[in-house]
Design a protein around this ligand. Structure first.
Ligand code: SF4
Ligand code: SF4
Length: 184
């Protein structure tokens, strides 16, 4: 079973058009799961928000077969199937990176060694109170990554590489002025 999975994984890996030389050689010579996490996750663009330990997007789309296991495993109901692939949708609870989705994935689409990142990024609407004055900074205060800041003109400055798409800022905004979208 594990052999079948490895074969499937490396077939996808080898045909993946954006694989790096470093990742390729690791994949060939280390032949372990650590090879799967060598892709630089922070630069990966997602078609959808994904469970936080999803492998690189092109590879993920090949490996995720829509089995529904991660959907059932998420204690907050954050994962749904979209186009038969696992996608994360943060509306009423944030992702606490509990790893339960990763733990049940047997296809190699989610991997433990990957730095958690849903690929979602917040956008603050023009109606955001903090953008009109400095009375509200709830999202910036809540963000555990320190990814949200406001400049002197009260406009939001998001540090994209710090943000891991947890969604806590969206939940913190009492007025619903934050939308999470896949980083593009
Ligand atoms: S890490 Fe936990 S909370 Fe986040 S999507 Fe996976 S199961 Fe849900
Ligand atoms: S999604 Fe999470 S990490 Fe990103 S800005 Fe919001 S609270 Fe911070």
């Amino acid at each position: 079973m594990a052999g079948d999975r490895d074969a499937q994984y490396y077939k996808a890996w080898m045909t993946h058009r954006t694989v790096s030389r470093r990742g390729l050689f690791r994949g060939l010579f280390n032949a372990g799961h650590q090879a799967q996490v060598s892709v630089e996750q922070q630069d990966v663009l997602r078609a959808e928000g994904r469970p936080p330990q999803a492998v690189e997007e092109v590879l993920f789309v090949r490996l995720c077969d829509g089995c529904n296991d991660c959907v059932s495993a998420c204690p907050y109901g954050l994962i749904q199937l979209k186009d038969d692939k696992a996608a994360i949708n943060i509306e009423y609870a944030d992702c606490d990176f509990c790893h339960k989705c990763t733990d049940v994935c047997t296809k190699g689409a989610l991997e433990r060694g990957i730095e958690p990142n849903t690929g979602l990024r917040p956008t603050l609407s023009f109606s955001c109170l903090g953008r009109m004055n400095n009375y509200c900074r709830q999202c910036a205060i809540t963000c555990p990554q320190g990814a949200i800041n406001f400049d002197e003109a009260n406009q939001v400055v998001l540090n994209e590489s710090r943000c891991n798409g947890c969604g806590k800022c969206k939940l913190a905004c009492y007025h619903g002025h934050i939308t999470l979208r896949p980083k593009r």
